[in-house]
Design a protein around this ligand. Structure first.
Ligand code: GTP
Ligand code: MG
Length: 575
């Protein structure tokens, strides 16, 4: 009975955030200036349902495609992007005014008869299409019949971040370190097209299984939606069989009264975990065998949270699909809220993530090094513990929660916290600018006692470390777990060295902040100095530590270091 009730509550809560959405396109929300996480997610799901992606031979096909596709409805957005291949592959993302119009375009599509007869083209319906050349003599007709003026085509490279050289040039042209931080953020953060593409990837998975699981929901989380994602970041996706399939404009939530008719369902024979693994294996096969664009499918089923990884070739996107553990989704909500609370949070985090990447502290593959997620937690904690805090402790959000904020995951993990931060009455009086905060971040962690102290974002202060992990960041949603359990002693020490170096470098940069423009253009300054020489990390003299020049690699006896670290684990198995 208890399980049934918990499950019913879980389902109700899961649906609540999906359904109570505005009917507004994009991220605009009518009620308030800024969309809540739920509104943002909901409007992006709706937008994906109004969209199609069409491969074309080149940008020049746009007018013809626009005219052809306008017969199915009113196109409100048209964006063009390329995917690197032997030659570049060109795609147009078209958004219609309604989901019905996009469905009409998809329903009108044909299967490629030539492929079908050879048995290699599986007839699967998805929003990913291609535009074939018109049969001779018909091209003109299509053009005349449509008689439309195409929308201006937005050409955005949603799949590729600026190159190192482009970024260097951009940062060199800034007027101050503060402006460099803002420019880095503006030019490397995930753009609108990037978000659209990620929700289309989610929709494709959801639609593929909707026949058997009409309530399925493929839900993006992580950096694709928390506002800390950069161009080209992976897509973290959680697939639930009991979510909500269609979030159509103006949909009303069905009555809450429990139905007396109950579906017969298949009884689970094995335990929950192996059941999930079997189901994931099956979903992995399905994606691999049938879904257009999905390739390089890998199953990582032994991790704490089993995942299926794949590449989407029409979106040039890496996807991590999981089917359990909603805490990642709610953690993304917390980060989203933090990012919305103060305009300095995201640009600062971007600079710190970029710095960590350039000095090799982070790495796209999981291992003994700090993950982007743990690093982000370090930034959030730094912003909480300031004399004039920029972020509140999570505990304050939990205290301010009301009945509508209750979220309990299937495994009983309590993810309840106030979703409306206005209720907290928190206003930061901190007036530091971004370059001051960046320097303060490096100074703070130069002195942080990782050896004895654990970081608690819930309390917004450091606690006594409960075990011997090299770095301890209590998981905000499962406080007995350590988010950075995977970090080895060697990597933690490397972080301390690099933050000292960065503090030293930035300190002297502040003195040079009045460089004339001509010199700024020629020299490497500000963030540019932080982002260079990744492989040449040395201890530098600074105001906290005795001067000493040592290569990082000299600091460790490699064989010893290996025994102090936990085995390589993905973050999903780390907590
Ligand atoms: P990038 O993919 O590096 O851009 O950042 P990301 O924030 O997406 O990180 P990642 O793909 O590793 O993880 C996706 C999301 O899962 C994060 O944003 C968190 O919400 C959550 N997550 C990651 N690591 C942990 C962890 O150790 N514990 C918990 N509870 N959640 C985690
Ligand atoms: Mg991610």
């Amino acid at each position: 009975m208890n399980t049934l009730m918990r499950r019913a509550q879980q389902l109700r809560l899961w649906r609540t955030y999906c359904i109570k959405q505005s009917a507004v396109a994009g991220t605009e929300v009518a009620s308030r200036g800024k969309p809540s996480y739920e509104e943002f997610i909901g409007s992006r799901h709706q937008q994906a349902q109004r969209s199609i992606v069409v491969q074309v031979s080149s940008e020049r096909s746009y007018t013809e495609l626009y005219n052809y596709c306008s017969r199915f409805g009113r196109i409100v957005i048209a964006q063009h992007y390329c995917v690197p291949h032997e030659d570049e592959l060109h795609y147009m993302l078209l958004e219609y005014a309604s989901a019905g119009e996009a469905a009409a375009a998809i329903n009108s599509s044909a299967y490629n008869a030539e492929l079908g007869s050879s048995g290699s083209g599986v007839p699967v319906r998805s929003p990913f299409l291609w535009f074939r050349a018109a049969a001779s003599g018909r091209r003109g007709l299509a053009k005349l019949a449509a008689n439309q003026h195409p929308l201006p085509l937005a050409t955005i490279d949603g799949t590729r971040p600026p190159t190192h050289e482009q970024l260097q040039q951009l940062l060199r042209g800034a007027e101050s370190i503060e402006q460099q931080i803002l420019k880095l953020y503006e030019h490397t953060r995930l753009n609108d097209l990037g978000v659209r593409m990620r929700f289309l990837a989610a929709l494709q998975v959801q639609q593929a299984i909707s026949g058997m699981f009409p309530d399925a929901l493929a839900q993006p989380f992580g950096s694709s939606v928390n506002g800390f994602g950069k161009m080209g970041c992976d897509l973290d996706l959680i697939l639930r069989f009991d979510g909500e399939t269609t979030i159509t404009d103006g949909q009303e939530m069905s009555a809450n009264e429990p139905s007396r008719l109950i579906y017969h369902t298949k009884e689970n024979m094995s335990n929950g975990r192996s059941q999930t693994q079997r189901q994931m294996e099956c979903i992995g096969d399905l994606l691999h065998l049938f879904l257009p664009g999905v390739c390089h499918v890998r199953r990582i089923l032994q991790a704490r949270v089993p995942i299926i990884k794949y590449h989407h070739e029409h979106l040039n996107l890496e996807v991590d699909l999981s089917m359990s553990n909603l805490t990642g989704f709610y953690m993304s909500e917390l980060l989203y809220m933090f990012g919305e609370l103060d305009p300095r949070v995201r640009p600062l985090t971007f600079s710190i993530r970029r710095w960590a990447q350039s000095c090799g502290l982070t790495n796209p593959s999981p291992g003994r090094w700090i993950s982007n997620f743990s690093l982000t937690c370090l930034v959030m904690y730094f912003l909480q513990q300031l004399r004039q805090p920029i972020l509140p402790a999570i505990g304050a959000l939990v205290k301010a929660a009301n009945a509508s904020d209750v979220r309990i995951t299937e495994d009983g993990i309590n993810c309840t916290f106030a979703r409306d931060t206005d209720r907290l009455g928190f206003r930061s009086r901190n007036t530091s600018n971004l370059s001051e905060l960046l320097l303060q971040f490096f100074e703070f962690y130069s002195q942080f006692d990782f050896h004895n102290r654990a970081i608690s974002l819930n309390e917004g202060r450091a606690l006594t470390k409960p075990d011997h992990s090299a770095m301890y960041i209590a998981n905000p949603l499962e406080q007995l777990l350590n988010v950075s359990k995977n970090v080895s002693l060697e990597e933690c020490e490397r972080l301390r060295i690099e933050v000292r170096n960065a503090a030293w470098m930035l300190e002297s940069e502040v003195e040079n902040s009045t460089l004339p423009e001509s010199e700024r253009q020629d020299q490497s300054w500000g963030l540019l100095n932080l982002f260079k020489h990744p492989e040449k990390s040395v201890i530098r003299p600074n105001m906290f530590f005795k001067p000493r020049m040592v290569e990082v690699s000299d600091l460790f006896d490699k064989s010893q270091a290996a025994t102090t670290a936990s085995p390589p684990v993905s973050y999903k198995s780390a907590t």
